[in-house]
Design a protein around this ligand. Structure first.
Ligand SMILES: [Mg+2]
Length: 277
């Protein structure tokens, strides 16, 4: 049977590339930075413009599909995942990087049907890396097949995570103490690229062994999630339970053993779910 979603995926790659071009051009211009949920949660006119461009072109081609977009939700649209084919879009993952011209900025497009990830496209546009993952068909970067690392001994692992955009003292304290606990196990190191999507893609390439974070959103994870699993990795909740796309937290690792070991160290930050009003 022909793959019913392959055409959608090919289209996602095409428009992610176009969006990346717009972002690269915008990096050469002056920016007007606005804030959202905290003084460190930034948005620019380019985030909004790129999301509008992506959603309107997909809608034209697939009018019956549903959409969740970071900036549409910020503008008041509902963030509820149904069984309908849904495009989950982050027009710029790494807006703080974009604002500072720190060269890791990604367009993330995830496609979910019956609440299951079908494909994901993450275009890291400054470094011109197109990551893709299609259920059952593997994950690729610029056409090269991806495979997670084999290191499941945490003491020999390199982890990626972020400090996040919350500046609430208790939240910052828990984030730092989680890093401290993991760091002191000891592990080889911790890195932060500044975008959840690229962090996860780095796990898919084997460059990092695992990524974890709390406080992110479904649009940060929906594109790269299937890239990790198709590269042989796994997704897990930070409690050690099953991954939930709307939970705002994730461990993406090369193996169940490493993910469980990380989950053991993590103190949970209470968060409002993406689909909670
Ligand atoms: Mg964004």
């Amino acid at each position: 049977m022909a793959d019913p979603w392959q055409e959608c995926m090919d289209y996602a790659v095409t428009i992610a590339r176009q969006a990346g071009e717009v972002i690269r051009e915008a990096l050469k211009q002056k920016m007007n930075v606005m804030i959202k949920s905290s003084p460190a949660d930034l948005v620019t006119a380019t985030d909004q413009k790129v999301e509008k461009m992506l959603i309107s072109s997909i809608k034209k081609k697939y009018p019956s599909h549903s959409f969740i977009g970071e900036e549409s939700v910020a503008a008041g649209e509902k963030c509820v995942l149904t069984d309908s084919p849904t495009w989950i879009i982050d027009p710029i993952d790494g807006t703080t990087n974009f604002v500072h011209r720190f060269p890791f900025v990604a367009v993330s497009i995830g496609f979910v049907v019956d609440k299951k990830m079908e494909f994901g496209v993450v275009y890291s546009c400054v470094e011109d890396k197109m990551y893709t993952g299609r259920k059952g068909k593997g994950a690729f970067c610029n056409g090269q097949k991806l495979q997670v690392s084999k290191e499941d001994d945490i003491t020999k692992s390199l982890l990626v995570t972020e400090l996040g955009s919350s500046r609430i003292p208790e939240t910052v304290r828990v984030i730092l103490s989680n890093m401290e606990k993991l760091f002191a196990i000891p592990i080889h190191g911790i890195r932060s690229v500044g975008t959840a999507a690229v962090n996860m893609c780095l796990v898919a390439t084997g460059g990092a062994d695992a990524y974890y974070e709390m406080g992110i959103h479904c649009w940060d994870m929906a594109g790269a999630g299937i890239i990790v699993t198709e590269a042989g990795g796994i997704l897990m909740d930070v409690t050690g339970g099953p991954f939930d796309l709307m939970s705002r937290r994730i461990i993406a690792a090369n193996s169940r053993a490493l993910a469980e070991r990380i989950a053991k160290e993590i103190q949970i930050i209470p968060l409002q779910r993406d689909d909670e009003d």
